[in-house]
Ligand binder design. Structure first.
Ligand code: GAR
Length: 190
């Protein structure tokens, strides 16, 4: 148990940032979010970071020669900010070897299905299309695969017969917003 210093976390996000919001708003948060990282210069989450007073690192991957080039620059900035944990929250890009090697065992992701079912893009649409009666949320360590790392926590969400994509997604996100801050508190305290 880490009784002294609070852990420094960077949240990576590409879109709306409702999970970032939930992490920031969690009343009993015992770690510090020191950076918001986004690969989408117009992402909604960037404005949210500003409203919480969190410094942002925003980059456009298409302006770099390759993944190694932007990850090396990003890694440099993460190290300068003394980031210890990387938390992916709707970050729609695969983490490459440069960052994986530097943050081994310290990168986690949230995914809107019960992995290993429905990895990759649009897990919610995949679950509805498959007609499953139960799906859910998974929090897992990130490895070199797509949504394949060791599972840390899962919670099931029932698919109701009358569910629309919107109603089902809303319940998935309610679970995400509760589970992610809880799991992060636990991990960063160890
Ligand atoms: C979340 O539902 C998250 O689980 C999902 O993107 C959404 C981001 O929402 N992530 C993935 O699908 C990763 N493969 P947010 O921007 O409102 O937090």
């Amino acid at each position: 148990m880490n009784m002294g210093k609070r852990a420094n976390v960077a949240v990576f996000a590409s879109g709306t940032g409702s999970n970032f919001d939930a992490i920031m708003s969690s009343p009993d948060r015992n770690f510090d979010v020191v950076r918001l990282v986004s690969d989408k210069p117009k992402a909604h989450v960037i404005g949210k970071a500003a409203s919480f007073g969190i410094q942002t690192i925003v980059f456009n991957p298409s302006e770099y020669e390759d993944k190694v080039a932007y990850e090396e620059e990003l890694l440099d900035q993460l190290k300068k900010a003394r980031v210890e944990w990387i938390v992916l929250a709707g970050y729609m890009r695969v983490i490459g070897k440069t960052i994986l090697d530097a943050y081994e065992g310290k990168i986690i992701n949230i995914h809107p299905s019960l992995l290993p079912s429905f990895p990759g893009i649009d897990a919610i649409g995949q679950a509805l299309e498959a007609g499953v009666k139960v799906s859910g949320v998974t929090i897992h360590y990130v490895d070199e695969g797509i949504d394949t790392g060791e599972i840390i926590a899962q919670e099931a969400v029932t698919v109701f017969p009358h569910d629309t994509r919107e109603s089902f997604q809303r319940r998935i996100q309610q679970v995400e917003h509760k589970l992610y801050p809880q799991v992060l508190n636990k991990l960063t305290a160890e």
